[in-house]
Design a protein around this ligand. Sequence first.
Ligand SMILES: Nc1ncnc2c1ncn2[C@@H]1O[C@H](COP(=O)(O)OP(=O)(O)OP(=O)(O)O)[C@@H](O)[C@H]1O
Ligand SMILES: [Mg+2]
Length: 409
Amino acid sequence: MDPLRNPYAPGAGTPPPELSGRHDLLEQTRIALGRIRLRRHAKSFIAVGLRGVGKTVLLREAVRLARADGFQVCFIEAHEHKRLAELLVPSLRAVLLDLDRLGRLSADVKRGLRVLKSFLSSIKLTYGDAELALDIDPEPGVADTGDLDIDLADLLSAVGRAAAARDSQIVVIVDELQYLNARDFGSLIMAMHRCVQEQLPVLLIAAGLPHLVGLAGQAKSYAERMFDFPELGALSRTDSDRALLAPAQAQDVDITPEALGEIYETTRGYPYFLQEWAYHAWNCADGSVIDRADVVAAAKKVERQLDASFFRVRFDRLTHREKTYLRAMASLRGPSVTASEIAFVLGTKTQSLAPMRGGLITKGMIYAPNRGGTAFTVPMFDDYLRRAMPDWVPPTAKGDPVSKSEVAI
Ligand SMILES: Nc1ncnc2c1ncn2[C@@H]1O[C@H](COP(=O)(O)OP(=O)(O)OP(=O)(O)O)[C@@H](O)[C@H]1O
Ligand SMILES: [Mg+2]
C-alpha cells in the first residue's frame, strides 16, 4: 500500500496514531493536574516500564495536558553524564522569566529569580555566563549552601511560590529518571517533599526503567509514600488490536483477524514492536486489506531492520565481557533468571559477577524484576543475542562438570 499514507509511527517518543491502553494512567494524570490546579494535594507519580512500552509518549501527552491546563512545564531528560542541576536550571529559568513577564511586578516572582541566582552561584555549572545571565541580585542565605539537598529544595519551593503568585502551577516532567545518580535523585525527592509540605502547586511526573522503584526507596525511604509507581507494560490483545485497527480504518483499510493475531503473537503486544510490524505490513500489502501473508512477509524485513538498529545500538554499547554475561543470560531462556544461574553457566562465582551485574543495571540493560532475579529491559533482546552470537558456547559446556547438552544455548 502507499507508503505515503502509512499511519504507523515506529520510533522513540513518536506519538502513535492511536494511543491505546493507557486510559487509566492518562485519567490519573488529568486528575492529578486538576487537583493541583485547585490547590489540593495530588500524588506525583513515576511510571515504570521496559524499553519501547511508551513512557516518553505518555510524558509528552502529560506535557500537552498540563499546558492546556495552564501549567508551567519543566521537561527534562536525565542523562548518565549530566547533573540534575545542569538539566533543571535552563528550564526553571525559562519558567521564572515567563512568570515574570505574565503580569505586574510580583514580589514572589522576583524572589524566585533571586533564589535562582543564588542557586547558580552555589552550584558550579558548566554553562557560559551569557546563557544563564540573570540581571538580578542573589537572595542571600537561600539556595546558596552548596548542598544540593538544601539548595534544590529552596529553589523549587521559590519557583512554586512564584507560580502560585501568578495563579499558575508547575509540573516537573523527567524522562529516563533512572539515569540520575543517587545523590541527585535524593535531592529531587527532598525538593518535592518540601513543596508537598508547603502545599505548593508543584507536581512531578516521571518515567523510567523498572528498577527505579528500588532506586527511589534507596535514595529516600519515604519515597514510596510520596509517589505512585504505575507500571506501563505490553498491551492486551484488545488494546493491541485497537492500536493497529483504528489508524487503518481511518483510511478505509482493514486488517484481518489472522493478521492481527500474527502481529500480537510476534510482538507480544509491545508498543514499539507493534508500530514496526504494522508499518512494514502496511507497506507489504496490496489493495485495502492487510492479511496474515503481509505480516509474514514483513516479519523478515522488520527483524533485519531491528537487528541493524534498535538492538544493534544497544549491543554496541557493551564490552565483550558484558556481551558474554548477557548471552549466558539469554541461554537460560527465562523471563527472569537468577544471578547464580548465570554464574553457573559461566562457570564462575556469583560474587565475582556482581560488579558486572551492577554495571549492566546502571547502563539500563537489565533489571531485577524480583528479589534475586535478573531480566532484560529491552523486550526480545534475548532472541537478538542468540541471533547475534550464534556460535557462543557456555564455558561450562566446554568442560566436564556440565555437558553441552545440559545447557540450552
Ligand atoms: N499506547 C500505545 N499504543 C500504540 N503505540 C504506542 C503506544 N505507546 C507508545 N507507542 C509507540 O511505541 C514506540 C515507543 O514509544 P516510546 O518511545 O514512548 O517508548 P519508551 O517507553 O519511552 O521507550 P524507551 O525506554 O526506549 O525510551 C513509539 O513508536 C510509539 O509510537
Ligand atoms: Mg523513552
